[in-house]
Structures are given as C-alpha cells and as structure tokens.
Design a protein around this ligand. Structure first.
Ligand SMILES: Cc1cc2nc3c(=O)[nH]c(=O)nc-3n(C[C@H](O)[C@H](O)[C@H](O)COP(=O)(O)OP(=O)(O)OC[C@H]3O[C@@H](n4cnc5c(N)ncnc54)[C@H](O)[C@@H]3O)c2cc1C
Length: 389
C-alpha cells in the first residue's frame, strides 16, 4: 500500500485532517486502534470555539452542528455561593457553541465514509518507521495480518498515550508538565440543565462546573482528591456535593436524576517541543494536554490541524519543505497561550491541598476583580472564545 499521508489516530484531529486533505486531493489513510463505535461513544469535550466551527464548516460537517449546537453568549462564574456573568458576546463580539465531541466525530466519520475516505479501524501495533529518511512507512496488524503503508509523511494524531511522540529521539524532544493535585468527577444525566449558561464555581469544598449537551442532557463536574474511587460516589452523594458548590439560586432549582455516565479524570498540563521531527508531525493531544477548565483540548487539536493542513497543502503545491518546517513553531505559539489560560482558570477556581489563607485571599481578590473590572473580563473572554489562528 502507498499513500501521501498516513494519519495515526482517528479521533477528532485525525479525522478532521483526513477530511481536509481529501478535499484538496491529497491521498491519506487513517489508522485507528479502536472501533468506530468506541471512538464515537467517548464522552469528552463539548465547548467549541468560533475557529473550530469555521474549520468544521470547511470540512463540510456543519449542518447538524448548526441545527443542534447551542450558541452561548455568556458564561457564569461563582464564588462564595454568589454568581455573576461574563458576557462573551459583548466583550468580544464572539460566542462559543456547545456541541459534543461525540457528535463531531460521528459527523466526521459519516462524511469520510460517504466520500470513500480511508479509515482502518482496529489497527493493532501501529508503528511509524524511517520518518527521518526519504522513504517513511507505517506498519500495523489488521485481523492478525501484518501490513505496511509507504508514504511521504506521517501525522501523529494518536492522543496523549499514542505511539507517535515516542518515536522522536529523546535528545530532540523536550517535555513541559504540570500535574494538578486533584481530579474531576464528571457525570452525564438525562435531566434538563440547571442553566443554559455554563457555571464555573469556586467553593470552599472545591471547584464545580455545570455544563450541558442539550435541553435534556446535562454534564456536571466536581473537583475531587486524586486518589478518589468512583465507587465511593453514589449519584445522591454527587448531587448533594454539587448543590453545595453551585450558587444558591442554581442549587435550589437543579433537577437531579440517574447518571448515565460517571468518570474521574486527572488534570494535567503537558507540552512537548518540537511538535515535528523530520517527516513526522504531532497534532492535538499527542503533543499537548490541558486541564479541561478552559475547554481548550479539542479546540487546540483543531487549531493544530489548521496549521498542519495549510502547511501540507503548500508542500504538495510547491514541493518545498518551508511550510512544513514552520508547523511546530506556528502551532506551539498558540498552544502555549491556551496552556497558560487553562492553567490560570484551574488555579483560580480550584482548591489546592496546600492552599494557605494568603492563597485563599489572592483567589478571592482575583475573582472579585473579575466581577468588577471590564478589562479583566475582556482578557478572560478573549481567551475563552479562542485566540485567532
Ligand atoms: C475524560 C476527558 C474529558 C475531556 N473534556 C474536555 C472538555 O470538556 N473540553 C475540551 O476542550 N477538551 C476536553 N477533553 C480533551 C479533548 O477530548 C481532547 O483534547 C481531544 O479529544 C483531542 O483530540 P485528538 O484527536 O488530538 O486526540 P484523541 O481524541 O485522544 O484521539 C486520539 C485517537 O488515537 C487513537 N490511538 C491512540 N493510540 C493509537 C495507536 N497506537 N495507533 C492507532 N491509533 C491510536 C485513539 O484510540 C484515539 O481515537 C477531555 C478529554 C478527556 C479524556
């Protein structure tokens, strides 16, 4: 087998890159370790920046998003059980759209299959090889049979635990990491959301987030210690704790019900540099991770696709390497700004185990300043709706 670009990983970044390359007539094959059902069933991100929407439009997958997505002009912040609003629309003239990652991946799978794109699911032992030569290739097993695809370039879109990043020699790659001393316990419930707007709450017991997927599907999170066991959290215990942390008005009106999904995720910030090596290009979670507090993970994966897609297009048009050489620099300069914002949201809204009374006063002042200063709100809003590409 031979193709132009082998894409390792068929999550949102791999699927979107595949679709955009196919539109430009650049041959590609996606190798995904899991089944399609597994990938499209993973409950993850849900807040899309305007830039992400534009990219999905470009990929021809915005019909359902436009009908079923929810545009949010505001978010709410709360502390000391009192809420206030950040008007994104007024401050930036932009909004964010709530549309689940599950739906984004379903839409991408559907269009790629309809247009005879090439996704190989359940691909085992995928390994990019000879990426520092003029004849790179990728090996894998499918139904127990060894296969090999020769290619020009490899895109590593295989997430944080993928294989692609590990191929870059240790002497070249540098990692930057912060692990946070807590996790998020999240539930999905078939109940109407407590608020049409997302509520980010700073509370003495820890952070809470009220978010939604649609009129009858709510996603709620609370901060928990790192070593917390999911079995310790009955639905009732979760709702009781959530109500304590939300502003009083929301706590009094929230409709509770059975959870249909419950999970605990650790929080970390991670970036590797560079995001490319010779003929291998890392995209999305394969190169960086953010805590979900700023809703940036999926959006960053999409902005990486923007930079790589443009660079690949120029490479195939001009047959020179210049655009590809700039990919890592261009992607990283936006990545670091989102890493900073996600870190700031996390440190401002969570309780740290070692938090002193001084730290507490600083956090309180930060949020009070946000409530009363348009300049401060503008900084938050500009980052939340997404910095320009
Ligand atoms: C529990 C959870 C909640 C999240 N919530 C939010 C949120 O609220 N907001 C937000 O913005 N972001 C959130 N994120 C982050 C967001 O989901 C990711 O940033 C986004 O999925 C990144 O897309 P990706 O395509 O780069 O990576 P992934 O979605 O991780 O996709 C990588 C794909 O590669 C495949 N793969 C891995 N290894 C191999 C291999 N060796 N060979 C072949 N295929 C391989 C995987 O199966 C997967 O399908 C969340 C993430 C998690 C885990």
């Amino acid at each position: 087998m031979r193709t132009n670009v082998v894409i390792i990983g068929g999550g949102p970044s791999g699927l979107l890159l595949s679709r955009l390359l196919s539109i430009d007539g650049i041959d590609n094959i996606v190798l995904e370790k899991q089944s399609e059902e597994h990938v499209t069933g993973r409950i993850r991100a849900g807040v899309l920046e305007n830039g992400t929407i534009q990219m999905l439009k470009k990929a021809g997958v915005s019909d359902r998003l436009e009908k079923e997505g929810f545009d949010h002009d505001c978010i709410q912040l709360s502390f000391k059980n009192h809420g206030f609003r950040i008007n994104l629309k007024e401050l930036t003239n932009k909004h964010v759209t709530v549309y689940g990652q599950t739906e984004v991946t379903k839409d991408l799978y559907n269009i790629i299959k309809k247009e005879n794109g090439n996704i190989i699911n359940n691909a085992e032992d995928v390994l990019p090889q000879a990426v520092d030569t003029d004849a790179p290739f990728v090996t894998f097993k499918k139904d127990g049979v060894e296969k090999k695809i020769k290619c020009d370039l490899v895109a590593g879109c295989d997430g944080f635990h993928g294989i692609s990043r590990t191929v870059i020699p240790k002497s070249i790659i540098k990692s930057f990491e912060r692990k946070y001393p807590f996790g998020w316990l999240g539930i999905l419930s078939e109940t109407p959301p407590v608020s049409e707007e997302l509520i980010y709450a700073n509370h003495g017991n820890g952070f809470a987030l009220a978010s939604m997927r649609n009129e009858n599907l709510s996603r709620y999170y609370i901060q928990t210690p790192l070593n917390e066991k999911i079995e310790a959290w009955t639905d009732q215990k979760f709702w009781d704790e959530l109500k304590k942390r939300l502003p009083t008005e929301a706590a009094e009106t929230i409709i509770t019900g059975r959870s249909i999904e419950k999970s605990i995720a650790p929080l970390r910030s991670f970036v590797c540099e560079p995001m490319s090596w010779e003929k291998l290009f890392l995209v999305g979670d394969a190169a960086h991770i953010v805590p979900p507090t700023g809703a940036k993970g999926l959006n960053l994966a999409v902005s990486d696709v923007y930079y790589l897609h443009n660079a690949l297009k120029k490479y195939y048009q001009s047959h020179t390497n210049e655009s590809l050489k700039k990919y890592s620099y261009n992607a990283l300069s936006r990545v670091w700004k989102a890493i900073r914002f996600s870190w700031w949201m996390t440190t401002t809204f969570h309780k740290f185990p070692e938090q002193s009374s001084f730290d507490q006063r600083i956090q309180d002042s930060e949020i009070e300043y946000l409530e009363n200063s348009v300049a401060s709100q503008k900084v938050l809003a500009e980052n939340y709706v997404g910095l320009p590409y």
